[in-house]
Design a protein around this ligand. Structure first.
Ligand SMILES: NC(=O)c1ccc[n+]([C@@H]2O[C@H](COP(=O)([O-])OP(=O)(O)OC[C@H]3O[C@@H](n4cnc5c(N)ncnc54)[C@H](O)[C@@H]3O)[C@@H](O)[C@H]2O)c1
Length: 318
């Protein structure tokens, strides 16, 4: 299939593009490089453009006769969204609306959307099921929820079958080392832990007084290549189903302090930790209920510890 990958120059988009190519699809990356890397667009053609530009999307979809879209493009920094909410609604929501319009015009009828556990807000239950209330605690999460709502409402009318995958926290790198987790600035926990461990620099730990067992935030970490496989499986599923709304997580919480200890242990270092206040809009605990996921995607997920150990083995070998 020819698959338009919006945001394909970014972290998850580039890893998914690599896997799409490997299994025989053609990923056509559509990205404005606002937070992506041109050198990571190497698994298929590149269309430079902004998702708010319906005309450019339409030309790309029809020019490449795209069969489906995987829609990763978004601004995705929680803290930044609390300072620039209007930018987040414009980029993420207006961009998704423009994409739906372009898909309708081009006759593209399959969409996989990157949703997020951030759409749930504060968890009311130890693990979060898909029918948990969606009450985001920050503009980023709200923008993702608004996109989901627009898609859920408009897609059936537009003749678009869709999957909305609510990822939990994505970690890890391509095992071949061609591409890796890279954001500018890097706010994600594992690259920052690895950098501190390898350079001897400090690690900023945000939030030590959450209502969690060790006071640090608890997250459900998903390996990026497992997530990429879930996208390919979701495309399969929506070939014969109108909609699929699912968490993608392991159903197991790991605290930041536990992740930190795993890095220290794997790399045999003692990290220099700077304790900072909780970041605004950061919920204490986000862990998926993955019972529904298991009904459509039977897969052996790597744990956060597996991911850290393989990153450490590569770091030591390099
Ligand atoms: N990283 C995570 O843990 C996580 C968790 C849940 C959901 N998500 C979602 O997954 C998606 C990908 O996240 P990521 O970590 O790879 O982010 P990323 O910032 O690495 O990638 C996003 C890409 O989208 C592009 N982009 C942004 N706005 C654009 C626009 N207007 N037009 C064209 N391209 C644009 C950027 O240049 C970048 O290449 C996002 O939608 C994010 O909300 C990520």
């Amino acid at each position: 299939m020819n698959i338009l990958v919006t945001g394909g120059a970014g972290y998850i988009g580039s890893h998914t593009s690599k896997l799409l190519k490997k299994v025989g699809h053609t990923p056509i990356v559509f990205d404005n490089l606002s937070n992506g890397w041109a050198e990571w667009v190497k698994y298929g053609p590149f269309a430079f453009g902004d998702i708010r530009n319906e005309e450019a999307l339409f030309r790309t979809l029809s020019g490449f006769q795209a069969d489906a879209v995987i829609h990763f493009a978004a601004k995705a920094y929680v803290e930044e969204s609390t300072r620039l909410p209007e930018e987040y609604f414009d980029n993420n929501v207006s961009g998704t609306i423009a994409l739906l319009k372009a898909m309708r015009r081009a006759g593209t009828s399959c969409l996989v959307f990157s949703s997020s556990c951030a759409t749930y807000g504060n968890a009311r239950t130890p693990t979060i099921r898909e029918d948990h209330p969606q009450e985001p605690t920050n503009p980023y999460g709200l923008s993702k929820l608004m996109c989901e709502q627009v898609i859920r409402t408009a897609a059936p009318v537009l003749g678009i079958r869709f999957a909305a995958l609510r990822y939990f926290n994505v970690i890890g790198n391509d095992p071949d080392g061609e591409i890796y987790e890279r954001h500018e600035p890097e706010t994600h926990v594992l690259p920052n832990l690895m950098r501190a461990a390898q350079t001897g620099g400090s690690f900023s730990l945000f939030g030590t007084d959450h209502p969690t067992p060790d006071g640090t935030a608890v997250r459900d970490y998903v390996y990026v290549m497992d997530l990429a496989e879930a996208h390919i499986k979701a495309l399969d599923i929506i070939a014969s189903r109108d909609r699929l709304i699912s968490n993608v997580g392991l159903g197991k919480g790991v605290s930041v302090r536990e992740l930190l200890r795993t890095v220290e242990d794997a790399l045999k270092v003692k990290l220099n930790v700077l304790e900072n206040p909780i970041r605004p809009g950061d919920p204490p605990e986000l862990v998926a209920d993955n019972e529904f996921l298991k009904t459509w995607f039977s897969h052996e997920f790597k744990t956060a510890e597996d991911v850290v150990r393989s990153l450490a083995a590569r770091a030591v070998g390099s």
